[in-house]
Design a binder for this molecule. Structure first.
Ligand code: NDP
Ligand code: 2IT
Length: 456
């Protein structure tokens, strides 16, 4: 029976009190507070039905990282000048498996950002159904405009300290913003030298030295498999639909390629300086060129105009004003604010699905909710990357390598399973609340495991 005190039920009162305390404790950490609020906002029904979770203080316990490591990273630049950066690893939760999550190298990296990412990772990893805990790490190092030698020396210095804290059954980092195949290679090389063992302590490795087929593609491909499942569930087909994508890094590139392969038309890509608009939609060949600009030349998206002078470039703008059926934010957190969400909602999209982590602000989420936009939160729709990281770990443990087709089948099946979990936990009378579905399903698995494992 639901107990009402004044106008508020006990579970609502409990959530408000919890959030009040949490906000006070983390006053200087806005991104972390935002991520916790986003999860907890969906948990009213669960906490009402399960007073045992309140009594066991699951929320209080799961929002406290198990361990945070912070360290100095010193390296020497090409001019012989010593440089200092700050490195971190937030080992957030080992409830469902060894700590698992990416490393981000970007000047904006701090503990608020890494705790938000590590917190999200717990529930995303829970949804994959694989044996993965949650973690995130990185450094305030900016790989932009650094030589290969500088990036290598930084990665080596970073790993000298991080190697003390990771291992194939302890903590398995991977890539994120600013950390791709090159950086994973340099870090793995140093790790192997330090521990004198060759094993799967990092994922995103090269295919010939312990990597998995399809790991580079996995987040973008997985996002499109999830969107395909959402559209199917809503009685729609992706063929012929128009797509607006932000970002032009790992996630954006492979989201664009898969969307195009599925017969959709991708109209935009962007970076932090502006966006390009191709009214005809990028061809697969043009997307290969984008990959060359970004991954080989390490250039700017503006350079795409050299290939296609008919495309348009909008300096300093985000792509959200372009009208499309599907919107896929794939760059960074809080890139869709209230005004952006209003612009998108006014275009009556079929779907908005997050490729980046927490790209929509709370005000933006509210706009989408009021406008009844079919919306997929990151922890469900971008779980493909960490899922294939989990598959890379499995292959490393078995000392085997699965074919591209096999990994693709497994990725598809994991994304469809996450979709099914969202539908089951988020179904309303006439639609699916994917936010509630993902948060509830992801959280419940972690909470049950915490009850089983006792107070530790
Ligand atoms: P990349 O470093 O490959 O690409 C990042 C892209 O986002 C670049 O186009 C970059 O532009 C843009 N970007 C970064 N910061 C900003 C900013 N402050 N404002 C505007 N644009 C920005 O990273 P990924 O593609 O790997 O990551 C993109 C997002 O996806 C992140 O939120 C990440 O956490 C998330 N993600 C990544 C996964 C993975 O497997 N890599 C898995 C799941 C989620 P510029 O070059 O100008 O900085
Ligand atoms: O945000 C994410 O899920 C990632 N950056 C991927 C993490 C991983 O361990 O593959």
């Amino acid at each position: 029976m639901r107990c009402i005190i004044g106008s508020m039920s006990i579970d609502q009162q409990y959530i408000e009190n919890f959030l009040d305390d949490f906000q006070k404790k983390h006053a200087g950490e806005p991104e972390f507070v935002q991520a916790v609020e986003e999860l907890v906002s969906s948990l009213g029904d669960v906490l009402e039905e399960r007073p045992d979770l309140r009594d066991a203080r699951i929320l209080e316990r799961i929002t406290e990282p198990e361990r945070i490591i912070q360290f100095k990273v010193t390296w020497v630049d090409d001019n012989g000048v010593p440089q200092v950066n700050r490195g971190y690893r937030v080992q957030f939760s080992s409830v469902l498996g060894p700590y698992k999550g990416g490393l981000r190298f970007h000047p904006t990296v701090n503990l608020s950002v890494l705790q938000f990412l590590g917190f999200e990772q717990i529930f995303k990893n829970s949804l994959t159904g694989l044996m993965l805990g949650g973690a995130k790490g990185g450094a305030d190092f900016d790989p932009k405009n650094k030589s290969d030698g500088e990036v290598m020396r930084f990665c080596q210095a970073f790993m000298i300290e991080l190697s003390n804290h990771i291992g194939p059954d302890t903590d398995i980092p991977a890539g994120d913003i600013g950390v791709g195949a090159r950086e994973i290679g340099y870090m793995f090389g140093m790790y192997k030298k330090l521990v004198n063992e060759f094993h799967g302590s990092l994922t995103g490795k090269g295919l010939d030295w312990g990597g998995s087929n399809l790991r580079p593609e996995a987040t973008g491909y997985g996002l499109l498999y999830f969107v395909e499942a959402m559209l199917e569930h809503a009685g729609q087909d992706i063929k012929g639909k128009t797509v607006v994508i932000s970002g032009s890094g790992n996630v954006a590139q492979y989201a664009a390629i898969k969307a195009t392969e599925m017969g959709a038309k991708v109209l935009t890509l962007s970076d932090s300086a502006g966006y390009i608009y191709d009214a005809d939609g990028f061809s697969l060949e043009e997307l290969k060129y984008v990959q060359e600009i970004k991954n080989v030349r390490r250039g700017r998206i503006k350079e795409y105009l050299q290939k296609d002078p008919d495309a348009e470039y909008y300096e300093g703008q985000k792509p959200w004003s372009v009208k499309a059926d599907i919107y896929l934010p794939c760059a960074t957190q809080n890139e869709i604010d209230k005004a952006d969400a209003e612009t998108i909602a006014a275009n009556h999209p079929l779907v908005v699905a997050e490729g980046a982590n927490m790209p929509t602000t709370p005000e933006g989420l509210e706009v989408f909710k009021q406008a009844e936009v079919l919306f997929a939160p990151a922890k469900a729709s971008n779980a493909g990357g960490v899922a294939v990281s989990g598959l890379e770990m499995a292959q490393n443990s078995m000392r085997t390598s699965w074919s591209l087709e096999e990994v693709d089948e497994r990725l598809k099946s994991i994304m469809r399973d996450i979709h099914a979990q969202c539908v089951k936990a988020g179904k309303t009378d006439d639609t699916v609340d994917y936010m509630k579905g993902a948060n509830t399903a992801g959280f419940l698995k972690v909470a049950e495991a915490m009850l089983s494992q006792g107070v530790i």
